[in-house]
Design a protein around this ligand. Structure first.
Ligand code: SAH
Length: 243
């Protein structure tokens, strides 16, 4: 039987947010490849081999998936959220560029990305134009992050921030908050959504003035409103139109 590679998004956490086509691919798989906590979400069963690996191993992991598929295995590479958002789908295509053998059958199956699950938990803060920025400077210089923050603020986009803060990068998020205060003012609404769609979910709405770096960690996606974003009861929303 010929092998294949599916790169699948497991959604933000809850089983209900895994799409039926991703569940079907997981059931058909012989091998699951991915970052340790994501592979841990897959129930072991006879005939299924789990290959959990550390992060920062993305390209090697992608090559491994191609090799397994070339050997006839049915491989699912798992990502949290959506596999095309700061995740494994791009890594697979990077690996494919250096792949000289005939490519195996490849499919990318989307999932609910963290910012959309977080936005739904808070209300509708992404109801107008928005952008997503990865605040990790592992793969790009901080100067580029700063430029994008300033330009997005200037264009009055709402913004979603992935990978806001980690132990290896304790200071970057404080710098990002300082830039945003300078560009957007102290009163701008900001949402810290942690572990959305898991039992640990916590959603905190505050203003840039009150926001502190400690409010974010690697399980948090941060949403900054645009200039029209406001609260109605417990909800935060951004109106659909702007004058
Ligand atoms: N592919 C993933 C993103 C991977 S980058 C997706 O589409 O969601 C990892 C970052 O995603 C984390 O640092 C955090 O900012 C965000 N994230 C992932 N799952 C999350 C969740 N359940 N709740 C809040 N943020 C989450």
């Amino acid at each position: 039987m010929s092998g294949w590679v599916v790169v699948a998004g497991l959604g933000p956490g809850s089983e209900g947010a895994v799409t039926p086509e991703v569940s079907a691919a997981l059931e058909a798989a012989t091998d699951i490849v991915g970052y340790i906590p994501y592979v841990a979400r897959i129930a072991p069963r006879p005939g299924l081999t789990l290959h959990p690996t550390d992060n920062r191993e993305e390209l090697r992991r992608a090559r491994h998936a191609l090799e397994l598929a070339a050997a006839g295995r049915r491989v699912v590479v798992v990502s949290s959220g959506d596999p095309g958002v700061f995740a494994m789908a791009s890594a697979l295509f990077e690996a494919l560029e250096g792949w000289t053998a005939p490519p195996p059958d490849i499919r990318i199956l989307p999932g609910i990305t963290a910012m959309l699950a977080a936005a739904a938990a808070a209300g509708a803060p992404l109801g107008h134009d928005f952008c997503a920025i990865n605040l990790s400077d592992n793969l790009k210089p901080f100067a580029l992050i700063e430029r994008r923050l300033r330009l997005a603020a200037d264009a009055d986009f709402a913004m979603a921030f992935y990978n806001p803060r980690s132990r290896s990068r304790p200071d970057g998020f404080a710098r990002a908050l300082a830039i945003l205060r300078e560009c957007c003012g102290n009163g701008r609404i900001i949402i810290f959504a942690r572990a959305v769609s898991t039992p640990d979910q916590q959603v905190v709405t505050t203003t840039l003035e009150r926001a502190t770096p400690e409010m974010a960690d690697m399980r948090t996606v941060v949403i900054l409103g645009n200039s029209a974003t406001r609260q109605v009861g417990p909800w935060v929303y951004t109106p659909r139109g702007m004058e």
